[in-house]
Design a protein around this ligand. Structure first.
Ligand code: HEM
Ligand SMILES: *[C@@H]1O[C@H](CO)[C@@H](O)[C@H](O)[C@H]1NC(C)=O
Ligand SMILES: *[C@@H]1O[C@H](CO)[C@@H](O)[C@H](O)[C@H]1NC(C)=O
Ligand SMILES: *[C@@H]1O[C@H](CO)[C@@H](O)[C@H](O)[C@H]1NC(C)=O
Ligand SMILES: *[C@@H]1O[C@H](CO)[C@@H](O)[C@H](O)[C@H]1NC(C)=O
Length: 216
């Protein structure tokens, strides 16, 4: 191979190396919200670049409460996370914009159809749940997201020590039918996938003060 051919191959390789697949999940990382100083562990996924983030208390086992943050561009009509890593048979948390605020919606899918409302998780919508011209942010406290009972009776718990906990996400550009109502219906996703969050890194001794900060 002549000099110029080697050069061309090297150039092609370096271009290929720089091409980041946009739909691939990013490495899990800690993110501290500049508006609230609350630090979360999370991942940013999908073409729409939606961030799913959590903060947990310093625990070794479920059940535990979770602070959940979803930050999405306005082009995301709804976005959600399925805590078991797939659509069906696990706790699902959805968010979307509503005026200058956002909404949290608790769901459960028993089939590949619109998920039902799920009453076994208790959510509090928190400060910092906002929507502006470009993005919406959903901040919520969930009691009951770390443990769930399948339609068949088996129970699954999240492992707060997992450094690569597997979750699933989905989103659609179409907003729900009535964005002010967290019991509303919505259409199927245009994008879905799986990703990981470092739950071990999400644990913090500041959890209670975070909840307080976000509740005031
Ligand atoms: C109107 C609401 C929804 C409908 C009609 C629906 C329907 C479907 C269908 C038909 C599939 C299989 C075909 C495919 O892979 O595209 C699927 C897969 C999937 N959906 Fe949904 N879905 C809805 C909401 C959701 C929500 C809220 C989530 C999670 C936040 C979700 C997560 C997923 C995931 C991760 C898959 C991949 C396979 C699996 O995990 O079962 N979906 N959905
Ligand atoms: C959000 O909108 C409501 C009325 O729709 C208004 O009262 C409130 O001040 C607005 N909040 C902000 C932060 O703009
Ligand atoms: C609806 O949102 C409120 C907080 O605004 C929350 O307390 C409640 O659990 C939610 N219900 C469902 C079904 O998502
Ligand atoms: C709009 O909201 C996003 C996320 O909630 C935030 O990062 C951004 O700074 C906000 N933009 C303005 C102009 O306030
Ligand atoms: C839900 O999980 C149970 C096992 O716990 C299983 O028996 C059932 O078939 C699952 N449902 C679906 C729709 O996959």
């Amino acid at each position: 191979m002549g000099f110029f051919q080697i050069f061309r191959v090297a150039l092609a390789l370096s271009i290929a190396g720089k091409a980041t697949p946009r739909a691939a999940p990013r490495a899990p990382s800690l993110f501290c919200d500049p508006d609230t100083d609350v630090c979360y562990s999370g991942s940013t996924v999908g073409i729409a670049e939606i961030a799913y983030r959590v903060a947990l208390p310093l625990v070794d086992t479920a059940p535990f409460d979770m602070l959940i943050q979803i930050v999405a561009p306005k082009s995301a009509g709804w976005a959600g996370i399925a805590w078991g890593g797939h659509m069906i048979n696990n706790t699902v948390t959805l968010g979307w914009a509503n005026g200058n605020s956002s909404v949290v919606s608790s769901r459960w899918a028993s089939a590949h159809t619109v998920p039902d409302v799920y009453d076994s998780a208790e959510y509090t919508l928190l400060k910092g749940s906002t929507a502006n011209d470009t993005h919406w942010t959903m901040n919520a406290l969930c009691k009951g997201c770390s443990i769930w009972t399948h339609d068949g009776g088996a129970t699954t718990t999240l492992d707060p020590g997992a450094t690569e906990a597997n979750f699933a996400w989905a989103s659609s550009p179409s907003p729900p039918l009535d964005p002010s109502d967290n019991y509303t219906v919505f259409g199927i996703h245009t994008e879905h996938g799986t990703f990981t969050i470092d739950l071990a890194a999400a644990r913090t001794d500041k959890f209670d003060s975070y909840v307080q900060t976000l509740s005031n």
